[in-house]
Design a protein around this ligand. Structure first.
Ligand SMILES: [Ca+2]
Ligand SMILES: [Ca+2]
Length: 100
């Protein structure tokens, strides 16, 4: 029943999605005008020629570090440090257990 700290990063991402863009809904517009599926945004790989599909993540919190004592999952959410290496997957990607 403990909060997992998943919200913070997520909510900010949602805000971005509502920004008016000239791509179809569900697509992200790169700096050079290319439209890529939103699933490719912040997935850790550069899909825009300008690379800004990943750049924004850093600004929105993905590559930003968590509060002291917290661990950052691959998707950018933060979990309490004591959940790292506790034998249970707390990150969606399970990377809190990957480095044990
Ligand atoms: Ca990407
Ligand atoms: Ca864990």
């Amino acid at each position: 029943m403990k909060g997992r700290g998943r919200k913070e990063g997520r909510e900010r991402k949602e805000e971005r999605r509502n920004a008016p863009r000239s791509c179809y809904a569900g697509y992200f517009q790169c700096a050079e005008g290319l439209c890529i599926p939103e699933a490719l945004v912040c997935d850790g790989e550069l899909n825009c020629i300008a690379g800004n599909d990943e750049e924004n993540c850093a600004r929105e919190g993905k590559a930003r570090s968590c509060f002291p004592g917290y661990f950052q999952c691959a998707l950018g959410n933060c979990i309490p440090g004591n959940l790292v290496c506790d034998g249970e997957l707390n990150c969606v990607t399970g990377n809190d257990e990957a480095f044990c």
